[in-house]
Write a protein that binds this ligand. Structure first.
Ligand SMILES: Nc1nc2c(ncn2[C@@H]2O[C@H](COP(=O)(O)OP(=O)(O)OP(=O)(O)O)[C@@H](O)[C@H]2O)c(=O)[nH]1
Ligand SMILES: [Mg+2]
Length: 323
């Protein structure tokens, strides 16, 4: 039977980083396939992951836990037929909930070994009130407190306490039996998503679930959430400092930015990764598309328009009017 893990966790917490830095190392003897669903229309994570893993399937432009459930299931079947993997990792978008994906995998006869929720220890206070973030914790059985390099021990303890409280309150239950779906859960710590192999082993395997979990009758949470994204194209040949200037001018509403940008100072295109005030950059070979930045946050339309007015190298996509 094929095994699988689901990686969930809010926007920018370090899911792709975990897949890049840890998974290959621990499963080098297995045929690993990765399915990644991104909140943005353009797959930045897919590009990063393809540098490390050979079999990566991107499902973009929507959320696999609601609008794209069908696409997700066909994607899994496609990857099984083509590649015959022994183990599948699914990175859900930071704005989706893990439980419907769990059910889809189970319906396809795939054993779910664990649902890993990555938590951003540094920025947890900024997003912990978001309802999707709470259901991500409630719907997981392996919790990993990441970005521990950015917090003190006391801060980490405070996050752990909050996470346990949310887990207890939002722990998902079976609608038929009323029992908790995950009897056990563990909390681990990580830096750059690096965890021991034991995190992927042990008692986590979840028995087949019959009946829906409570609260999960409500599908298509994206219709209720105010998290939105906006794609912007950049003029060619900007300076690296221009990118930096944009990231330094972001209003609070925009807490996540991803993109791939060509600059005149660096030979290869650069992957931009910004989450809650922290940024990182990485060169990416083999990217031939236009330079893009994806802004993600709460009700950000006006703020992105203002940024485009301020920086003339940022261009909103132009739509052709059709009658
Ligand atoms: N300092 C620090 N930065 C980290 C750590 N883990 C990840 N990051 C950074 O956090 C940013 C987001 O990481 P990703 O792995 O792309 O996060 P994600 O959860 O996949 O993001 P989405 O798919 O957009 O939801 C990147 O800039 C990473 O380099 C960590 O442990 N410490
Ligand atoms: Mg990611």
């Amino acid at each position: 039977m094929i095994q699988s893990f689901i990686l969930t966790g809010f926007l920018g917490v370090g899911k792709t980083t975990m897949l890049t830095n840890t998974v290959k190392e621990h499963f080098s003897d297995k045929k690993v396939a990765i399915i990644v669903n991104e909140f943005g229309d353009i797959g930045v994570d897919g590009n990063i992951l393809k540098n490390v893993h050979s079999e990566v399937l991107e499902i973009s432009e929507g959320c696999i836990c609601c609008q794209l459930a069908q696409e997700f299931e066909s994607g899994v079947i496609e990857i099984m037929n083509k590649y015959n993997p022994e183990i599948i990792f699914v990175e859900t978008s930071g704005a989706s909930e893990p439980f419907p994906i769990f059910l889809s995998l189970q319906n396809l006869g795939i054993s779910v070994e664990g649902v890993i929720c990555v938590v951003d220890a540094k920025n947890f206070d900024s997003y912990k009130e978001n309802s999707t973030a709470k259901y991500q914790i409630g719907g997981s059985n392996i919790l990993v407190l990441n970005k521990t390099d950015l917090v003190t021990e006391d801060e980490l303890e405070a996050v752990k306490k909050d996470v346990i409280e949310i887990k207890e309150k939002y722990n998902i239950k079976n609608t038929l039996t009323g029992k908790k779906i995950f009897n056990n859960y563990v909390i681990n710590q990580a830096q750059q998503g690096i965890v021991h192999k034991e995190v992927f082993e042990g008692v986590y395997k979840v028995d087949e679930i019959i009946g829906l979990a409570k609260e999960y009758e409500r599908l298509d949470h994206t219709a209720q959430d105010s998290i939105t994204q906006k794609v912007v194209y950049l003029k060619d040949d900007i300076a690296f400092s221009d990118v930096d200037a944009v990231l330094k001018s972001l209003p609070k509403s925009i807490y996540r930015v991803k993109g791939v940008v060509k600059t005149k100072d660096v030979p290869n295109p650069i992957v931009i990764n910004y989450a809650f005030g922290n940024d990182s950059y990485e060169e990416l070979e083999n990217y031939t598309e236009r330079s893009i930045m994806i802004f993600i946050g709460e009700s950000i339309d006006d703020d992105v328009n203002l940024l485009c007015e301020k920086f003339d190298f940022l261009n909103l996509p132009r739509f052709r009017m059709t009658k």
